[in-house]
Design a protein around this ligand. Structure first.
Ligand SMILES: Cc1cc2nc3c(=O)[nH]c(=O)nc-3n(C[C@H](O)[C@H](O)[C@H](O)COP(=O)(O)OP(=O)(O)OC[C@H]3O[C@@H](n4cnc5c(N)ncnc54)[C@H](O)[C@@H]3O)c2cc1C
Length: 502
């Protein structure tokens, strides 16, 4: 007779605290396997990069370090989920699988459908629990914020580890993952320990200039929370971050910064909810009325953008920075997409995978809706065409960020750092640079490209086709006036203590 087991399947929830699947598995007396699958099909996809898997590896090592004290371990498997489950059911009777719901890309969605089919076929109960404040099957946004607040203030899921009986995996049944990625200290390290450190330093001190620095490419790196990779890979739950923030607010000299921050936390789920409700957004314009514009890809322009060769210093510095470090603040991400879609007039789809590979915090549910919002293809949002020179003057006035990520512009004085092509040949000689040779001339003239984009985008936005689509989009994806973020005022439950021992 086969041994009865349950499985906890870790996905983008790489933590041990506030983890409902783990709690439910611990409440069931059946021995459990704790599994993570490094899936070759997902790792080889166009939106995937080694930086993501190094982060996952670090997260698992961090979890196993904590689990080893309780003689427990998560098994990291190198293999596809269905193929692995087939092997598991050949030696075990799998009773239940516990996991979080995942709002992933098309490949992970198809895989989940296959897992659901497999479970039905093999009489396995797949118990999926909501991730953060995202609601599966939501039809309208009527009371999304109120429900989000209820989730954030509900009890933290806390496992009694003495109750978790583990099963052992027979040798050679599944291929163990070889933990092959070497550390790279330029990136934020993965794992809950690092997540808690970032949260603690942000709440204790770094948040003080949050609002002032949020749009600055250099200063935001310290003044923003930098929690995005930890939330994206689930090293910390949204509920833990939200509650810790409310506790910190009581002591903070800058409460408004932390309140502003809670709105961003809400945005996290608000955007993922859009994608959860309409995942075709990974490939298609949300508003189909935009399907007729920006249909051609100009490979030369795409290459120039990806290789920091546009001739616009802030754009090129941002590309070099995100390639090297995996991080950019929100405004600079918006600027890159705005430049790509509006000034270079490229379809957003031609740039989305490239940036997905660069962002350490790549979260499909935020990435694609944000990309479309900046590209103006949602239909319901205002169209913003950023001027890369103005953004540069406003947010990097001394050119410190530019010089850091474009060393070729090192000796250019502040007067010309935002528009180096305006230097005379004598000024170029003095700065040790020849524009057009050492650094490109601007690849487009932004006054003209902005005019062209504005005209075409607004004409399309006001078209019958876009306005017609907007009705359904407004109903499905936008919050009611009464649900706007100024209603984010949920008191903590009486007697609530700071989660996570920060
Ligand atoms: C084109 C584009 C693509 C993006 N892709 C991603 C992505 O793949 N993953 C991702 O986490 N964020 C993405 N963002 C949103 C945002 O840029 C990052 O969440 C933010 O810069 C992360 O820095 P932080 O953790 O210091 O943020 P903070 O300002 O400290 O905010 C705290 C948290 O709130 C959430 N948040 C903040 N801003 C936003 C926002 N605009 N939309 C949704 N959630 C937000 C994030 O989870 C963030 O970690 C994207 C933005 C754009 C314009």
């Amino acid at each position: 007779m086969k041994t009865l087991i349950n499985i906890v399947w870790f996905k983008r929830d790489l933590r041990l605290t506030d983890h409902q699947p783990l709690l439910r598995a611990s409440e069931d007396s059946t021995p459990v396997l704790l599994l993570y699958f490094f899936e070759p099909s997902i790792m080889a996809a166009h939106d995937s990069d080694e930086r993501h898997w190094r982060f996952v590896q670090e997260s698992l090592l961090d979890m196993n370090n904590a689990l080893s004290k309780m003689n427990l371990q998560i098994q990291a498997i190198d293999g596809e989920v269905i193929a692995s489950l087939e092997k598991l059911v050949s030696v075990f009777e799998v009773k239940k699988i516990f996991s979080h719901q995942e709002t992933g890309n098309h490949i992970s969605y198809q895989r989940d459908l296959a897992v659901a089919g497999f479970c039905q076929q093999h009489n396995i109960g797949w118990h999926e629990y909501p991730t953060n404040g995202v609601i599966r099957g939501l039809k309208t946004r009527k009371d999304f914020t109120a429900r989000w607040l209820r989730t954030m203030t509900a009890p933290i899921f806390s496992v009694d580890w003495t109750k978790l009986a583990t099963a052992s995996l027979p040798d050679n049944l599944l291929k163990p993952f070889d933990y092959r990625f070497t550390a790279n200290s330029v990136f934020q390290p993965g794992g809950s320990s690092a997540a808690h450190r970032y949260l603690k330093t942000f709440l204790n001190a770094r948040h003080v200039n949050y609002q002032k620095h949020i749009s600055k490419p250099e200063e935001s790196r310290k003044s923003c929370s930098r929690l995005s990779p930890y939330l994206a890979w689930g090293n910390v739950s949204m509920k833990e971050v939200y509650r810790a923030t409310l506790h910190a607010m009581a002591q903070s000299p800058n409460k408004s910064s932390l309140r502003f921050f809670t709105h961003r936390l809400h945005w996290h789920c608000h955007f993922i909810q859009k994608f959860e409700s309409e995942c075709r957004m990974e490939f298609e314009n949300l508003n189909r009325g935009f399907d007729e514009i920006r249909t051609e890809i100009d490979k030369k322009l795409v290459d120039a953008w990806e290789n920091a060769q546009t001739g616009y210093p802030l754009i090129d510095a941002c590309i070099n920075c995100v390639k090297t470090t995996g991080y950019l603040n929100f405004r600079m991400r918006s600027l890159l997409v705005s430049f790509f879609t509006h000034h270079l007039w490229q379809p957003w789809q031609a740039g989305a995978h490239f940036l997905a590979r660069q962002f350490l915090d790549y979260e499909p549910g935020i990435h694609y809706p944000q990309f479309q919002m900046q590209a103006g293809t949602m239909g319901v949002n205002t169209i913003r065409i950023y001027n890369p020179v103005k953004q540069s003057i406003d947010h990097d006035p001394e050119g410190n960020f530019i010089r850091k990520w474009l060393p070729v512009l090192q000796r250019i004085p502040n007067t010309h750092i935002h528009e180096p092509w305006r230097m005379t040949s004598e000024e170029q000689t003095l700065a040790g640079i020849t524009i057009g040779v050492d650094y490109p001339q601007p690849i487009v003239a932004i006054a003209e490209t902005a005019r062209f984009a504005r005209e075409h985008l607004w004409r399309t936005k006001n078209s019958v086709a876009v306005q017609f689509e907007n009705k359904g989009i407004l109903k499905k994806h936008t919050k009611r006036k009464t649900e706007k973020e100024n209603t984010l005022r949920a008191p903590l439950p009486a007697g609530d203590t700071m989660p996570l021992n920060l």
